[in-house]
Ligand binder design. Sequence first.
Ligand code: ZN
Length: 138
Amino acid sequence: MKSYRKELWFQVPTRRAFVNITPQVEECLRESGITEGLVLVNAMHITASVFINDDESGLHHDYDVWLEKLAPHEPVSQYRHNVGEDNADAHMKRQVMGREVVVAVTDGRFDFGTWEQIFYGEFDGRRRKRVLVKIIGE
Ligand code: ZN
């Protein structure tokens, strides 16, 4: 069995953003040389997510509005976590959107369902953060 590991770095200029990272993860798959197996992609920070869904800007806007309703950023004083920091909402948004995804690799390609793409979800940006890509197989 082959094993491949890489960290991808992201720095988004805004507090919140969704980034399609499918091309970078596909590049990892090419580098790995693995054609049958599994890829794990996970955020390495507790205020960011990795998830799979549609690359459609209306949907991403809807996610942002929905997450702001669930866990509003303001007022920051409403959260006990916000002692010396202001990112309690980002921890909660990450919890809802998830930590990681696993995708099957078949014939050297990601075995996606229709319209599936891999996204990095940032909820406390403006600093460098990492995503782990781990691929196992043969
Ligand atoms: Zn925090």
